[in-house]
Design a protein around this ligand. Structure first.
Ligand code: PLP
Length: 392
């Protein structure tokens, strides 16, 4: 073999930095006795009735492929859920595709829509997978900085200004990871008006919709003129504590769902039937347990935000998801230094804000999807750390 193997790797992949979260967690794995507020994963086990439904399905011999689009019964349940929650009507036969998590839905949507050089507009800071998904599809990422002062929300005039003749997609994500920001209906409606006027496609990742503590979640597709241009992504990982099951769904115009299904049928074939059976049970009978978990996150949310303020740090009030995003500039450290020193000195893991793009610098992401006991101990250690740095 001549030359280095690295030279043969697709340069887009070769030059892509590893996820800032992953990089940090390799460090965490090497340190003993760490309390982690790092992972964006429910600390709850999937409710028993959901696990039981999966076990029964195995007993009954449900071990085969399903249709590429997913079990029709599940797609019907998804359509019912969206209809009841947001009044958006999707045809389960043509407008819904069951995916391997929102992660696959995102990848499929980008691959189905983005042509080389197309621009995708997104807020910054934002979820770590968005920019790579665009780049892997040959697209260009256009970020709009959002600030704590403006509630970490995009504004219509910012979107308008970022549009060029190459803009194809606007990527929205509320409630937001890492900031916990929720967007009010009016602001979202103004953004939607721009999307309609400028004929943009919209990908809306609403994986945290059920984890909304302040106000009500607005489903982007429910706004006037939006259903026909929106690919709505959602899944079971967060709301039903089902991260490991790897199940999500994409809803959108039939032509786009058909294009996504084409890629899916040649790559994944179908989402695992076991997870689909479990998801069906989650939608049929999971609301009470889900609401109980959400109430618990909300209790922790209040505690965590207050604790950061008591430490003398600015802490934006997250209205959704399960992350607090305190500003750590007062400590004089960069977010990377803060996270590293906190890990070394106090054995508490948080994620440096710059893992979510340069706009996250000056902040750290702390997940409160951890037990109250762990959260309390971690906050005590963080308070000591921040005090030593002379804050307050
Ligand atoms: N979208 C956002 C905003 C997330 O925070 C995450 C996981 O942290 C995902 C998507 C991935 O979701 P899934 O587990 O359904 O692939």
């Amino acid at each position: 073999m001549t030359g280095s193997l690295c030279e043969r790797i697709n340069p887009v992949v070769r030059d892509m930095p590893p996820s800032g979260i992953r990089r940090f967690f390799d460090l965490v794995a090497e340190t003993r006795g760490v309390i982690s507020l790092g992972v964006g994963e429910p600390d709850f086990v999937t409710p028993w009735h959901i696990r039981e439904a999966c076990i029964y399905s195995l007993e009954k011999g449900y071990t085969m492929y399903t249709s590429n689009s997913g079990l029709l019964e599940l797609r019907e349940a998804i359509a019912r859920d969206l209809g009841c929650s947001y009044g958006v009507v999707y045809d389960p036969r043509e407008e819904i595709l069951v995916t391997v998590g929102v992660s696959e839905g995102l990848d499929l949507a980008m691959r189905a829509l983005v042509c080389p050089g197309d621009e995708v507009i997104m807020a910054e800071p934002s979820y770590v997978s968005y920019a790579p998904a665009v780049l892997l599809s040959g697209g260009r990422v256009v970020t709009i900085p959002t600030t704590m002062e403006k509630g970490f929300c995009l504004k219509a005039h910012q979107v308008e200004r970022a549009i060029t003749p190459r803009t194809k997609i606007l990527l929205l994500s509320y409630p937001n990871n890492p900031t916990g920001a929720v967007i009010d209906r009016r602001t979202l409606a103004e953004i939607a008006e721009v999307a309609v006027a400028r004929d943009l496609l919209v990908i809306s990742d609403e994986i945290y919709d059920k984890l909304t503590y302040v106000g009500e979640h607005t489903c982007v597709a429910s706004l006037p003129g939006m259903k026909e241009r929106t690919i709505l992504l959602n899944g079971f990982s967060k709301a039903y504590a089902m991260t490991g099951w790897r199940l999500g769904y994409a809803c959108g115009p039939a032509e786009i769902i058909a294009a996504m299904t084409k890629i899916h049928q040649y790559s994944i074939l179908c989402a695992p039937i076991t997870a689909q059976m479990a998801a069906l049970e989650a939608l049929r009978n999971g609301r009470a347990m889900m609401e109980r978990m959400v109430r618990e996150y909300n209790r922790r949310r209040r505690l965590v935000c207050q604790a950061f303020r008591d430490m003398g740090l600015n802490c934006f009030e997250p209205g959704g998801a399960f992350y607090a995003f305190p500003e750590i500039r007062a400590t004089g450290l960069t977010s990377e230094q803060f996270a590293q020193q906190l890990l070394l000195e106090e054995k508490v893991a948080v994620v440096p804000g710059d893992a979510f793009g340069p706009g996250g610098e000056g902040f750290v992401r702390c997940s409160y999807a951890a037990s109250l006991e762990d959260i309390s101990e971690a906050l005590k250690r963080m308070a000591q750390f921040v005090r030593r740095l002379g804050v307050k």
